[in-house]
Ligand binder design. Structure first.
Ligand SMILES: [Zn+2]
Length: 86
């Protein structure tokens, strides 16, 4: 079964309508306050969670809105937010 993603504007849609935007790493830090190594880690290092992770997606073939959602990477399915983030 294809990945289904719920757009906050359009509702549940086929995952092929969306484009992955990367892991949600929280608020962007001020680049001036970071060493080049720390900035590199923020931009390029990913957790690649084996399980549920929060991710950015864009509804590329729909309304164009960017949003975050949770996906279980072990089964490639969108899941409800964990209780601490709900
Ligand atoms: Zn949409």
């Amino acid at each position: 079964m294809a990945l289904m993603i719920t757009c906050p504007v359009c509702g549940p849609r086929n995952g092929y309508e969306f484009r992955y935007g990367g892991e949600d790493k929280g608020p962007r830090p001020a680049q001036r306050e970071l060493s080049p190594g720390d900035w590199f880690q923020y931009v390029h290092a990913n957790d690649c969670a084996d399980g549920i992770q929060k991710e950015w997606w864009v509804h590329r073939d729909g309304c164009g809105v960017w949003f975050t959602t949770y996906r279980d990477t072990t089964v490639n399915r969108e899941v409800p937010p964990p209780e601490e983030d709900a």
